[in-house]
Design a protein around this ligand. Structure first.
Ligand code: PLP
Length: 430
């Protein structure tokens, strides 16, 4: 086990604590007392430094839609590495990946690459500000959009500070008041509240930023009526609608907007479009992007680097229409299997999700927004214990007890997951 006294993971963690705060450089994948340290991944498996294999359903939090070291992606990266890893000039592959993405999604008339999802969200917001000449944004309470100061407001609101109607709550100590004042927070799926906030600040709002399938509102698509009324009102008031599809792009061949509708002006992308390498992008209306490109600088050193571009192209070319129906069916089967086990055990749990993403909850209330999603202390403890029990059984989930299914999972992998799921519920209930 990776937590054993003599394990190499333990030794690495001891060394890490001497050079990294808390021994960790990436909060989103942390677990107590420390995670297994990994040396290799292949298909649906990862292998830790002590040689133990795990079924990986975290897939780097949704990045690896084809699992690890997909052969075409590896071949493309190896070939490009031998030709050079980055240049101060554009490459043919960035044009090809841009063409592929714009051809798939009707609303993607222009695209700009960048290096992470956080930067993509930042670029979309800055683009909206430049285009509208307004400075405020509206976001949904608790919804995660990465680490741009403005986008991370209210990420971790709690019952102690969230207020009757959502307040702008700082995520990081000493967030400048100007940032807090520039971000208005609304609950998901509440059109009346959205209308009130948008009308009261109509002259200052550049954009409304939403994740169309927000994980922290139950990983369900936003209600149609909410999206339709937001779209109509933003148009009427001259504000842009920004979709964050950094995760949600994996829900369909034309992304989440292609599957669930919605006509955003701009879309932030990341994760799957880089084939396992650092990536972000903003895509959207030609008039907006052409008008603002020279005003909103986007010149990151590694932007559109050819390694990411060839990996992204190889990975996206493998994702055809039928890949998404297969991923949907797989996700449905996994959720149905889990919910059957929960029913058989009479556990106060549920598994919710959309397409290839499923999340495990230690309660049975409906989840429609951040406040109904918000984990009570016992639920948070049970989630962490369950996550650890799954790792002990050799299955990696995201620490929020979320699975990101990939195209390489076999029926045997599904069965292995369900068995570990059943055992881990027993372990936690004990
Ligand atoms: C919806 C969403 N937006 C933005 C981001 C930030 O992306 P990155 O971690 O690449 O900066 C994430 C990351 O998980 C995300 O889930």
């Amino acid at each position: 086990m990776w937590t054993d006294e003599s394990s190499q993971s333990r030794q690495l963690h001891t060394r890490a604590r001497r050079v990294m705060p808390g021994g960790s450089t990436r909060a989103a994948v942390w677990m107590d007392p420390y995670p297994p340290y990994v040396v290799r991944g292949e298909g649906a498996r990862v292998y830790d430094v002590d040689g133990r294999a795990y079924l990986d359903l975290a897939n780097n939090l949704g990045v690896l839609i084809h699992g690890h070291a997909q052969p075409s992606v590896v071949a493309a990266v190896q070939a490009q590495a031998a030709l050079g890893s980055c240049f101060a000039m554009p490459t043919p592959t960035e044009v090809e990946l841009a063409e592929l993405l714009c051809a798939r999604v009707p609303g993607f008339e222009r695209i700009r690459f960048i290096n992470t999802g956080s930067e993509a969200v930042a670029l979309a917001i800055k683009t909206a500000r430049a285009f509208t000449g307004r400075h405020k944004i509206v976001k949904l309470e608790g919804v995660y959009h990465g680490s741009y100061d403005f986008a991370e407001i209210s990420n971790y609101s709690t019952p102690e500070n969230w207020g009757n109607t959502p307040r702008s709550v700082a995520t990081v100590p000493a967030t400048p008041p100007g940032v807090l004042d520039s971000v208005l927070v609304i609950p998901a799926n509440d059109s009346a509240q959205a209308r009130e906030v948008l009308l009261a600040n109509a002259d200052d709002i550049a954009a409304v930023l939403v994740d169309p399938v927000p994980p922290r509102c139950g990983m369900q698509p936003l209600v149609d009526e909410f999206v339709t009324s937001l779209r109509a009102l933003t148009r009427e008031l001259g504000m842009l609608l920004i979709y964050d599809e950094v995760i949600a792009f994996r829900f369909g061949y034309a992304g989440s907007q292609g599957r669930f509708g919605g006509e955003p002006d701009l879309t932030a992308l990341g994760k799957i479009i880089g084939g396992g390498y650092p990536v972000g992008a903003v895509a959207g209306r030609a008039d907006i992007m052409e008008a603002t490109a020279s005003q909103v600088s986007s010149s990151g050193t590694f932007t559109a680097n050819p390694i990411t571009m060839v990996a992204g192209l190889a990975s996206m070319q493998l994702l055809q229409q039928e890949s998404f129906s297969a991923l949907d069916a797989l996700g449905e089967r996994m959720r149905a299997g889990c919910n059957q086990i929960i029913a058989d055990k009479g556990a106060a749990m549920q598994v919710l999700g959309t397409g290839s993403i499923s999340s495990i909850y230690f309660h049975q209330r409906p989840v429609t927004d951040y406040r109904s999603y918000y984990k009570r202390p016992t639920e948070a403890t049970l989630t962490a214990a369950f996550h650890r029990a799954m790792v002990e059984r050799g299955v990696i989930l995201a620490p929020t007890a979320t699975c990101f299914a990939s195209t390489v999972l076999t029926a045997a992998d599904e069965a292995e997951f369900l068995e570990a799921f059943a055992h881990s519920i027993d372990a936690v209930m004990e």
